[in-house]
Design a binder for this molecule. Structure first.
Ligand SMILES: [Zn+2]
Length: 139
């Protein structure tokens, strides 16, 4: 990794109010170091870190992703009960889920129209709306 990607990662952490520990910077570099948005799972980020030669456990990757979510710089998208995706783009936007590949990607926001949502039950409010469009190969 380059000095530039390390700087981007460090700034991203500091902006989020997170202490830029060596481990956090290493993972943040993989997430935002090239200035691009991406979608990862704990497993895929763990594999990337391993490939780069970082010594980090899957549990640490998972906890670090949680900390980034709590700090508001990552958005968690749950596609099925067992698998969470983490998105560096925290603005509301729809997603495609490619079922054959288990991959999540952005769907064009300008083509999505939500006209009405059900009223939230008494005493609660809608915190967010996730739109995940599942794709599969045509038969
Ligand atoms: Zn996204």
């Amino acid at each position: 990794m380059t000095d530039q990607s390390r700087d981007i990662a460090t700034n991203w952490l500091v902006h989020a109010g997170l202490r830029p520990t060596r481990q956090r910077v290493a993972l943040a570099e993989l997430l935002v170091g090239d200035g691009q948005h991406r979608h990862v799972t704990a497993e895929s980020l763990f594999e990337s870190a391993k490939k780069r030669g970082d010594s980090v456990s899957l549990a640490t990757v998972y906890n670090t992703l949680r900390a980034f979510c709590d700090a508001g710089v990552l958005q968690e998208i749950t596609v099925d009960g067992s698998r969470s995706y983490f998105d560096t783009n925290t603005h509301d936007h729809p997603h495609f889920f490619w079922e054959d590949e288990g991959r999540l990607s952005d769907a064009p926001s300008d083509q999505l129209v939500i006209q009405r949502l059900p009223k939230a039950p008494e005493g609660v409010e809608i915190a967010s709306v996730d739109v995940v469009i599942r794709l599969r190969k045509k038969a």
